[in-house]
Design a protein. Structure first.
Length: 225
């Protein structure tokens, strides 16, 4: 006789927490995330269904496989993962656990999820982020993004926090936080307009600097016979 696991039928989808890298499609029309471990090769959307990373045809989560989305119950446990060197540029996600799931002591492995909130850490320089910029790596057809302030964006491929939320869709909220500071980027409210302006100004400053350097080179070269 095969033992069956107890079944749960919650009235509301369980909430979980995880970390992931924000991703932007190569054509700049879509935004999503990719995992930091097993599922890192498969970018996923805000509302998405898990697929077996081994290419097997069973539905996730399968009891004899480790496929499926993963999250933990405790927000603090997920935040602790952001202190490691390889995860410093990841973001913290709050998710709704949808569909079939397997409950573990510390979290869930499950079939579907909706990402409700993405909390973006500070820029590498320590300043509150106003954008997500090219992190220097990616997946086929996707750029990996990292938190960036207006001054550090320069000429890199980037998207504002509100822009990322719009591209991702499904009501995603993106929050830039550093310590006690948090800026909501679910829509173009006043803090986000300020962030958009700072990002645009930083880009203009960078381009003006490059143009000035080109002008100086041209002037210097013209004086030689």
């Amino acid at each position: 006789m095969r033992l069956r696991l107890p079944e749960e039928r919650p009235t509301e989808p369980p909430t979980g927490y995880k970390i992931a890298h924000p991703m932007l499609s190569q054509d700049g029309t879509r935004a999503g995330f990719t995992g930091v471990s097993l599922g890192g090769a498969l970018p996923y959307g805000v509302l998405d269904e898990a697929r077996c990373v081994y290419g097997l045809r069973h539905r996730a989560p399968h009891r004899r496989c480790d496929c499926g989305f993963h999250c933990v119950h405790d927000r603090t446990a997920a935040e602790a993962l952001l202190t490691t060197a390889e995860h410093r540029a990841a973001v913290l996600l709050e998710v709704s656990v949808l569909g079939a799931y397997i409950r573990f002591e510390r979290g869930f492995r499950y079939a579907r999820q909706r990402v409700r909130t993405a909390t973006v850490g500070p820029c590498a320089c320590g300043t509150v982020a106003v954008a997500l910029a090219d992190a220097g790596w990616g997946r086929p057809g996707w750029y990996a993004l990292a938190p960036s302030c207006g001054g550090c964006v320069r000429g890199r491929t980037s998207v504002s926090l509100a822009g990322f939320a719009r591209l991702a869709g499904e009501g995603l909220r993106v929050i830039a936080g550093s310590g006690g500071t948090a800026i909501s980027a679910a829509g173009l409210d006043m803090p986000e307009l300020v962030a958009e302006a700072a990002l645009l100004q930083a880009r203009l400053d960078w381009f003006q600097t490059q143009l000035a350097r080109l002008g100086e080179r041209g002037t210097g070269g013209g004086g030689k016979g």
